[in-house]
Design a protein around this ligand. Structure first.
Ligand SMILES: [Zn+2]
Ligand SMILES: [Zn+2]
Length: 284
């Protein structure tokens, strides 16, 4: 009898304490994982494929081609807030040789960043002015060249409204273009990606096309790349550069920290690297 009673107690404990934890874990995986239909919808909308990474907390990664490279879109949890940030990165084949950061609404500089990144103030009368944004750059001349394109400015101006995000950040890092939108808390990852994905992808394609043209012009004007420069900001590497343990690339520590990992598309330490390469489940 005593054994039977103990078994009942054990079963009751299992139901009371373990079952809710399992249900919560399954629900979490269901809402943010590969079954989240928003990622597949966006993949179809942008002509890309959806790759499902391992691990229940991993976000699916949407891959799509660009005229000058490839792009990846995924959801990451917003630090310190209960919400999702939708992030799209373009890995350009040829570098555009500078770094920049645009934030809407305006935001103070981040702690870790490219060493030469300095604030740039543009006034409403100037041709390159972008509404309600803060700008930082390592090369004012090249950023002004980019922002002189009316269509690009229009894209950047409208990004906060179109994504319905709390804030927008655009990072340019040598050959990497990153656009991200932090969404309000409480919006599930799949809905957030459906809301913010298409406008982010449109902006990324616009920037990628312009920066491809810039890389062309720079190759012609300045020739091949100089010696040892940081691939993210194109400035000389100082003492003690960060060494990527996965691909061996050297960069500034601040640059690596700013973009959240390696800037190389082929490197497994890129924050949106698809585990296991391209062999995972795909939908067209
Ligand atoms: Zn750098
Ligand atoms: Zn690497």
């Amino acid at each position: 009898m005593a054994v039977a009673a103990m078994l009942w107690v054990a079963a009751a404990a299992l139901l009371l304490f373990v079952a809710p934890a399992i249900v919560a874990a399954v629900e979490d995986a269901w809402r943010t994982g590969p079954r989240d239909v928003g990622f597949w919808t966006v993949a179809r909308a942008v002509g890309g494929t959806c790759h499902v990474p391992w691990g229940r907390r991993g976000s699916p990664v949407v891959l799509f081609p660009l005229p000058d490279g490839e792009a990846r879109l995924r959801a990451v949890r917003t630090p310190l807030r209960r919400g999702w940030t939708i992030e799209a990165r373009a890995y350009q084949r040829r570098p555009f040789r500078f770094a920049a950061r645009l934030c809407a609404p305006p935001s103070p500089p981040v702690r870790w960043r490219a060493p030469g990144l300095a604030p740039l103030e543009l006034f409403p009368g100037e041709a390159e002015h972008v509404d309600a944004s803060s700008l930082e750059t390592t090369d004012e001349r090249l950023l002004r060249w980019l922002l002189r394109h009316a269509e690009t400015r229009r894209c950047l101006d409208g990004l906060l409204d179109e994504t319905k995000a709390v804030n927008i950040e655009v990072l340019l890092g040598g050959g990497l273009v990153l656009v991200r939108a932090s969404m309000r808390a409480g919006i599930p990852a799949g809905s957030a990606v459906e809301m913010a994905g298409p406008p982010l992808v449109a902006a990324l394609r616009r920037l990628s096309t312009d920066l491809h043209d810039l890389a062309d012009a720079l190759d012609e004007a300045e020739g091949g790349p100089p010696g040892a420069v940081c691939p993210a900001c194109w400035a000389e590497l100082g003492e003690d550069p960060a060494l990527c343990r996965t691909c061996g690339a050297r960069s500034h520590r601040g640059c690596r920290e700013m973009v959240g990992g390696c800037v190389s598309a082929a490197c497994g330490a890129a924050p949106d690297a698809v585990p296991g390469g391209r062999r995972e489940r795909e939908v067209a």
